[in-house]
Design a protein around this ligand. Sequence first.
Ligand code: HEC
Length: 115
Amino acid sequence: MRLLLALPLLVLASCGEAPKPLTEEQSAALKPADARLAALYEGSCKSCHTVADSLAPLAGDRTRWDPRWDQGEDALLAATIQGKGGMPAGGQCFECTPDDYKALIRFMAGREEAK
Ligand code: HEC
């Protein structure tokens, strides 16, 4: 009986239907698949967006990103370029193009599949 109850939970967790908070370690283990983006990410966004004390939403943590994602990609891009709260303008990435920012935001928000 216990096994029968546990199975649907496992299925739910594995397809990510119900977002769960990530630990800093789980967040830090993620990186963009694209090598260039991964290098940009590791040189900038990652230093805050995997550290809870920075107050930045942890990369890959949909529980923290979904409410922000609801503002729309344009608003998130504008906030990154202008800076917001503890985030300096441009998120400390001096080589990032607007398309890089969009891809990095999608990656951190757990929306890489979104267009
Ligand atoms: C120095 C630390 C720092 C760095 C580096 C940094 N961020 Fe942030 N970021 C933050 C903090 C803190 C917030 C939360 C700001 C708030 O809502 O008050 C944030 C929030 C965001 C948001 C959500 C904005 C919103 O309107 O909800 C996006 C998008 C974002 N960062 C993208 C990036 C990207 C992309 C990079 C790398 C190019 C990056 N950040 C680098 C600290 C940082």
